[in-house]
Design a protein. Structure first.
Length: 109
């Protein structure tokens, strides 16, 4: 599964999670750090990424557009990059299930 980390998450997550998601990247690394949500959505859709975000706007796009792409919406208050990494690692099975599931959104706790 290829993850595309949104603006509101650290680019460090790409390296921290490379053992689980080696084809993942961050919008900053793609030169899309100034791109709007729709552009990121289209890039993810055209390139087989699942978007990982803390932004509720992707939920609205998902409701309007359907999927792909799928979205992992992290709905947790302030937390460190290491805590987000740990959360994604602890939900690996859920993330893998999302890849094969017909639905399009998952919420971290």
């Amino acid at each position: 599964m290829k993850l595309l980390f949104d603006h509101n998450l650290s680019p460090r997550l790409v390296n921290q999670l490379t053992d689980l998601f080696p084809e993942s990247t961050h919008v900053y690394l793609l030169g899309m750090d100034q791109a709007d949500d729709r552009e990121i959505w289209n890039h993810a859709q055209n390139n087989g990424f699942t978007i990982v975000t803390r932004d509720s706007d992707y939920n609205e796009l998902l409701m309007l557009q359907g999927f792909p792409p799928k979205v992992i919406w992290i709905r947790r208050g302030n937390c460190s990059t290491n805590e987000i990494e740990a959360m994604l690692r602890s939900h690996l099975t859920d993330i893998q299930a999302l890849a094969t599931h017909l639905g399009g959104i998952s919420s971290g706790t």
